[in-house]
Design a protein around this ligand. Structure first.
Ligand code: BGC
Length: 437
């Protein structure tokens, strides 16, 4: 139940980033948006996420996980209401940035809190579970957009505004969860930590685990930004940053944030475009579940290689359809579904899993924040430039660009990424960084 509450943070994250897709035709008209301004309206949430991410780690170390999560709940709710009542673009964008700050903070603190309260043997599943909550949030947003399309000319306001409901549920539920025992140990509040941990584990004697936490804490967070450029870390740094950037520049969020626009370009009406978008959301969830079953069996590398091939093929088909002028709606739908399924079954969860595995413990937290920041930056650029690219390059060439990047992503994984499946984190540290680090 506690993890579920914290995972609601992931759900809000998914909802908040993807909800805008269904509102695009309406806000474009209401705010008279040019292509560049539409890109800005969509991607401003990502800018907020980058800011949120920068501060979330420090704030959650200082004030505790629970307080930061409460603040994100409040920010999600305020931003939902703000975007719903906006009458000018500046106000709208500011409300989006506020929601984005919550997204950035939640993307870091929710999984952190879950990892800190879970028994060690279950931690592996958690990274992918977090991905699952995000894609569930995305499909809920797509579905809610579809349901709300008929409520009149203010439909886009309702689409944004309904997010206040899950945000307030999240906020209220957080009052019932305890502070993270690891954070309490860190603050030196051992009696409180012992009591929380005892309740979580259902046993009285948790001394061993408290000692273990102390030991791990002593080794953690001692890394500095300068450590990241140590020669021993070069390889994992290149792999981590490369995966973070590639996961975004293959174009996934072009589909997540602009699918209805693409369907309309291929001739669909607004209603049908939003329904097809729901199908994308469902495929995204289904294939994420598939990835969760496969990732520990066939490994991260094979999965990503196959995913790159699937994405490249699907995008090439899509681009070719546009070139030939054969973009009849059902083939466009099938190729976008193929692309989304390929991503969800591979790069979606696998990149997050590999990022959590390859860095040595001493700098893991820091390196992951840097990698996540770079991932959001790449997302900001891709999602901000898409409407402009689409207008300049036409559907065809835009999708060829992403198809080409998918091919590059295949080569990168083939050449540079190590297989991490089935090895302990300590073994990986020795193999990838060398014992001396
Ligand atoms: C990516 C997000 C994306 C989501 C889509 C995640 O792994 O990091 O940017 O929106 O997958 O399912």
């Amino acid at each position: 139940m506690l993890s579920l509450t914290a995972a609601l943070g992931g759900l809000l994250f998914g909802f908040d980033t993807a909800v805008i897709s269904g509102t695009i035709p309406f806000i474009t008209e209401f705010f008279s948006l040019s292509e560049v301004m539409l890109g800005w309206a969509v991607s401003s949430v990502i800018l907020g996420a980058m800011v949120g991410l920068l501060f979330a780690g420090r704030l959650s170390d200082r004030f505790g996980r629970k307080r930061v999560l409460l603040a994100t709940g409040a920010a999600f709710a305020l931003s939902a209401v703000g975007t719903a009542i906006a009458n000018d673009l500046t106000f709208f964008v500011l409300a989006r940035v506020l929601g984005g700050m919550a997204v950035g903070a939640a993307s870091m603190v929710s999984p952190l809190y879950i990892a800190e309260i879970s028994p060690p043997e279950r931690r592996g599943l958690l990274v992918s579970l977090n991905q699952l909550t995000i894609v569930l949030g995305i499909v809920v947003a797509f579905f809610s957009n579809y349901l709300l399309i008929g409520v009149g000319e203010d439909n886009w306001r309702w689409m944004f505004g309904v997010e206040a409901v899950p945000a307030l549920v999240f906020f209220a539920a957080l009052f019932l969860v305890p502070e993270s025992p690891r954070w309490l140990v860190r603050q030196g509040a051992i009696p409180e930590a012992t009591s929380v941990l005892g309740k979580l584990r259902g046993v009285i004697d948790v001394r061993d685990e408290i000692e273990a936490i102390k030991e791990v804490l002593a080794g953690e967070h001692s890394g500095k930004l300068a450590d990241l450029v140590a020669p021993a870390l070069r390889r994992v740094l290149i792999v981590g940053m490369g995966l973070a950037v590639l996961q975004q520049i293959v174009g996934i969020n072009v589909v997540m944030y602009y699918a209805p626009l693409i369907f309309q370009r291929a001739g669909s009406g607004t209603d049908s475009a939003l329904l097809q978008t729901v199908a994308i959301g469902v495929v995204n969830v289904g294939f994420t579940l598939l990835a969760m079953r496969l990732i520990d069996r066939i490994g991260r590398k094979v999965l990503m290689l196959a995913g790159s091939v699937g994405m490249a093929v699907a995008l090439t088909v899509l681009a070719t359809l546009f070139v030939l002028g054969h973009e009849t709606s059902w083939v466009v739908l099938v190729s976008i579904l193929g692309y989304t399924g390929s991503f969800a079954a591979s790069w979606g969860p696998a990149v997050w899993v590999v990022l959590s595995e390859i860095f040595p413990i001493k700098i893991r937290g820091l390196a992951m924040s840097v990698a996540t920041f770079i991932l959001w930056l790449a997302n900001f650029i891709v999602s901000g430039t898409f409407p402009w690219l689409l207008a300049r390059l036409d559907g065809a060439w835009t999708f060829f660009v992403y198809a080409f990047i998918c091919a590059v992503s295949f080569v990168f994984v083939f050449v540079a990424v190590p297989e991490t499946q089935g090895k302990t984190l300590e073994e990986l540290e020795k193999e990838l960084v060398g014992v001396e680090f």
